[in-house]
Ligand binder design. Sequence first.
Ligand SMILES: *[C@@H]1O[C@H](CO)[C@@H](O)[C@H](O)[C@H]1NC(C)=O
Ligand SMILES: *[C@@H]1O[C@H](CO)[C@@H](O)[C@H](O)[C@H]1NC(C)=O
Ligand SMILES: *[C@@H]1O[C@H](CO)[C@@H](O)[C@H](O)[C@H]1NC(C)=O
Ligand SMILES: *[C@@H]1O[C@H](CO)[C@@H](O)[C@H](O)[C@H]1NC(C)=O
Ligand SMILES: *[C@@H]1O[C@H](CO)[C@@H](O)[C@H](O)[C@H]1NC(C)=O
Length: 378
Amino acid sequence: MFSTVSQTAILLLAFTISHCTAQSFHGAEDPRIRTALTLEHPVNGVSTTPGGRLFILYARIDGSKGPQVAEYDRTTNTSTPYPNAEWNSYTATSDPATHLIRTNSQRIGPDGHLWLVDTGSPAFGAPVILPNGPKLVVINLATNKVSHIYSLGNATLSTSLIDDVRFNPASNMAYVTDAGAPAIILLNLATGDTRRVLVEDPSTSAYMPISAEGKLVHTSAGAFERIYADQHEVSPDGKWYYYQPSNGGLSRIQTKYLDQAFHNATLAQELGQYRQPYAHTPSTGGTAIDAHGNIYVSDTDSQRIVRVWPNGTMTLLVQDPRLLWVDAMWVDTQQKLWMPAAQLNRGTPFNNGTSYVVPPLHVFTIELGIGPSPVDHA
Ligand SMILES: *[C@@H]1O[C@H](CO)[C@@H](O)[C@H](O)[C@H]1NC(C)=O
Ligand SMILES: *[C@@H]1O[C@H](CO)[C@@H](O)[C@H](O)[C@H]1NC(C)=O
Ligand SMILES: *[C@@H]1O[C@H](CO)[C@@H](O)[C@H](O)[C@H]1NC(C)=O
Ligand SMILES: *[C@@H]1O[C@H](CO)[C@@H](O)[C@H](O)[C@H]1NC(C)=O
Ligand SMILES: *[C@@H]1O[C@H](CO)[C@@H](O)[C@H](O)[C@H]1NC(C)=O
């Protein structure tokens, strides 16, 4: 009896692995793809203003040192630490509340400000510095000054990886993914109060490790690398929140349940009842959403971008061998999709300290013909 069950389990596991680990792509380049930036070091996030300013986030997974957040000048191809060198100069003796410890993502919000998501952990997998390390840092782009800091210390565990932020302007809430300890963090932007929900729910957890270029990714200790709640989007009408772990499997839940759960502990415990499967996405580096509610998903295995239509159907947008671990994407007001090919799986956190990143790195664009969602960014 026992052996029958375990054989079935092994067969199921074998099927799951072969089914979920997709192949690496070595086909032709797609001429629709344009090179926007050529860089020495990996960048895992870009954002642009309607006026043409450009902000980038250096991932620092290739052994390089230096600022993480920078403003990029496309006429000189130079980057300047942003908002300044001091914020980007964290060392073990710095005040964790007023320095960027390790920024995981950045984006311009619907308010037109630049939002930086600081994990509060000095190195990938290192314990979070509590309570003041994990935070959202908001920068006013008119003054280039930090205008607000939201501490996430009360909603963060030492094993957390505070990952990314999205907004629901109608309820003045922000949603933050925790990729290190499975959960979504609800943040009331008026009060700064927080609540962890969907804690270790199947929809925020990773039933499989992340996979890239056809291979499962490992930690430096040799374990399988699981990256929990990571990519997420809010629908342009503000009604739906879409979220997934990095290994894929996109779920959705109505934002009204998240927002009510912020004030209602009973509902917060029962939130898992209100989520739905949305799309069987692949292992993913990053996503973006457009004004029509299409979600773009970068497949870390197969060097492609998948489009998830608002009805949940997936189609291929583009596949190209250069799209090596495209991380957080961005839809600009010129109706282009920005794709930073960051090669993260080749970096030090996943190869026991050695970097196999091959420079130069590129940020690519492709024409979408659709602009950004107004609840996503200006
Ligand atoms: C800046 O980089 C772009 C994209 O790689 C390139 O086309 C352009 O020639 C560069 N400009 C300068 C001044 O180096
Ligand atoms: C964290 O919780 C403590 C105790 O309830 C409270 O005093 C403090 O204001 C909270 N901090 C934040 C940033 O919400
Ligand atoms: C990683 O590198 C360290 C130090 O070089 C070594 O002791 C350890 O065994 C390596 N881990 C794996 C999983 O290979
Ligand atoms: C809190 O949520 C529970 C479960 O959905 C519901 O039964 C209850 O009426 C809610 N309480 C309030 C005050 O809305
Ligand atoms: C979903 O939307 C796409 C794009 O509009 C369309 O091609 C497809 O037929 C739709 N699928 C269903 C099942 O409605």
